[in-house]
Design a protein around this ligand. Structure first.
Ligand code: GDP
Length: 560
């Protein structure tokens, strides 16, 4: 792979092609910069600041229209891109609760301003269910009387039938993208089963996200009776599948709640690209529903199989009339970068991306278990960009329009990758040659960490910042199989172009990329459903809205 090189940030700004029109853009940037930073100054120096108070005083600004971005600086008109701040009562169409202190989490109020408007409005039923969930979380969450009672029950070593609050404790594994997808899936599972979601937050994940539920916390308090969550795995005797196998419990749905152990471990980590049996079968879910405490460990977006279960069908239809909007809404509801991560995001965006007329995000993920040479990967990427007309071709001749003083269209390309080579090579191409369209193409890459360090907090902060920065683009190209990429396009509400994996007899994939059929992430590891059918069935052939993924043959994804 490409040798480590020190990248000079802002290098592309020195590109001579970019000097023209710079002064005009400078005025725009100053105007928009003022609009973006003024609220911050008011907050810092004026004591009490409210986004709604600042932007909606007098005649309210028009709501954003589909396809437009609220924070931008199009060279056509700075005035037309005045930022509109949603009032706290109606953030993301009511998706987010208004009951928060705005200053505690700036991204909650501002992130949507950096994106194109969402193509999906949340259903009124989803909004209603989220407010009900928040009330339940407040009633049963850490520090409540009911939580203390539930912990006492857990300490007693027995389950009970009269608990008013049931819990699912999410335990993470693998990289941040995997974690965010599995956490969103666990939250949906909590909504469907009326459980309260608590998260085990390891130190490398501390201070990444704001609290999503008002008046309570989703962090599992310390001094919880069960310690050492790392011991839970597929072989744990407390796992539901093993308890059935070892006859600690029976699969009789009439089993009494009091006869069950104090908690159940629900193992949803992929193993050889399959999820365990006895997970997505209704009888099993009826038994699992009797446990007041569930520990769930997962690296997977296990949402598609929930859509295969008749018991959740009505509820899911009401929650998500557009099936491909599940992660888009749940991700935007749950994941708000902490103020320190938000600082990284906004510093980068405002330094490099604000000025662009059009933004393209490229995510290049090389998996150690599927190595590909730098040249082959670059070749595939280049073919995809040209074939899909995502970037202009270059010429060798300088035309008069290239040297005139007219304002040119500025295209920004944000590259995210652990390596700097792809960024360097694309940047050189547009540095050394003019584009055939006369557009200016500016290439940026926020970091190149070289190695995955999911155990390190600052590394994860950058990963989160880059997923969000990718989600602020107008178009996104992602790597096959990458949950990092899925999170970015899912939050954005965009159907990405997916750089496919070459099959075993190819050097590069042909076609090099495909446009995804849905905004939803792919579940790589489908469950075995033979508990239901008593034979192995194809979960991608049961209902029209659960299909196999473009990039992962056996994977499952929701489509409309
Ligand atoms: P996946 O392995 O591609 O499915 O995505 P994950 O997010 O689960 O794990 C990959 C991890 O590697 C990320 O969470 C980051 O820690 C790191 N990583 C991979 N690609 C990038 C990148 O482009 N930028 C940064 N900052 N980190 C990356």
């Amino acid at each position: 792979m490409d040798a480590k090189r020190v990248r000079r940030q802002g290098e592309a700004d020195q590109d001579p092609e970019m000097e023209k029109g710079e002064r005009w853009r400078g005025v725009e940037v100053a105007l928009v910069g003022l609009l973006i930073t003024l609220p911050l100054l008011v907050f810092l120096f004026g004591g009490h600041w409210s986004t709604s108070a600042f932007f909606s005083r007098g005649a309210p600004l028009p709501a954003s229209t589909k396809g437009s971005r609220n924070v931008s600086s199009s060279s056509s008109s700075a005035a037309a891109s005045l930022p509109t701040i949603p009032t706290p009562k109606n953030i993301l169409g009511g998706l987010l609760s208004p009951a928060f202190d705005e200053r505690s989490c700036l991204s909650r109020y501002k992130s949507a301003l950096y994106r194109r408007a969402s193509p999906f409005a949340p259903s009124s039923y989803l909004v209603e269910r989220l407010r009900k969930y928040e009330a339940l979380h407040k009633k049963c969450g850490p520090n409540s009387r009911r939580y203390r009672e539930a912990v006492e029950q857990l300490n007693s070593g027995h389950n009970s039938h009269d608990s008013q609050c049931q819990y699912v404790i999410w335990f993470p594994c693998n990289g941040l993208g995997n974690r965010m997808l599995s956490l969103a899936a666990t939250f949906l599972y909590a909504l469907l089963t009326n459980r309260v979601l608590l998260t085990y937050v390891p130190k490398e994940q501390a201070n990444l996200f704001c609290e999503p539920f008002p008046g309570s916390s989703w962090v599992l308090p310390p001094y919880f009776p069960i310690q050492n969550f790392y011991r839970f795995n597929r072989d744990s005797p407390q796992s539901y599948a093993n308890m059935l196998k070892n006859k600690v419990i029976s699969n009789n749905v009439n089993v009494s709640a009091e006869s069950l152990p104090a908690y159940v471990y629900f193992h949803l980590e992929q193993f050889r690209l399959r999820l365990d049996n006895n997970i997505f079968c209704e009888d099993d879910q009826l038994i699992l529903a009797k446990f007041n405490w569930m520990i769930l460990k997962s690296d997977s977006y296990f949402v598609p199989p929930l859509f295969l279960m008749p018991m959740y069908e009505d509820e899911l239809r009401r929650l998500f009339p557009a099936k491909e909007s599940v992660f888009h809404h749940l991700g935007r509801y749950l994941f708000h970068p902490s103020n320190s991560v938000w600082g990284i995001i906004t510093r980068y965006y405002e330094s490099y991306l604000t000025k662009a007329d059009e933004r393209l995000g490229l995510q290049i993920r090389i998996f150690p278990e599927k190595p590909i040479s730098f040249d082959d990967m670059y070749d595939q990427l280049f073919k995809c960009l040209m074939k899909e007309e995502l970037l202009p071709t270059t010429t060798t001749t300088e035309s008069s329009s290239n040297s005139s003083s007219t304002i040119k269209r500025l295209k920004s390309v944000l590259v995210t990758s652990l390596y700097s080579g792809y960024y360097e090579k694309i940047k050189s191409m547009y540095y050394e040659n003019p584009t055939s369209t006369g557009e200016i193409v500016a290439i940026y890459q926020p970091s190149h960490e070289e190695w995955q360090h999911s155990e390190a907090q600052t590394h994860n902060q950058k990963a989160l910042a880059e997923m969000f920065l990718l989600s602020y683009n107008d178009k996104v190209v992602i790597s096959a199989w990458s949950t990092f990429g899925y999170v970015a396009h899912g939050l954005a509400g965009l159907k990405p172009w997916i750089l496919l994996r070459p099959s075993w007899n190819q050097k590069t994939a042909d076609p090099p990329c495909l446009r995804a059929m849905s905004v939803e992430p792919c579940l790589h590891s489908p469950p075995s459903l033979d508990c239901k059918a008593k034979r192995d069935v194809d979960p991608g052939a049961l209902v029209p809205h659960v299909r196999h993924c473009e990039d992962v043959g056996q994977g499952l994804k929701l489509v409309d």
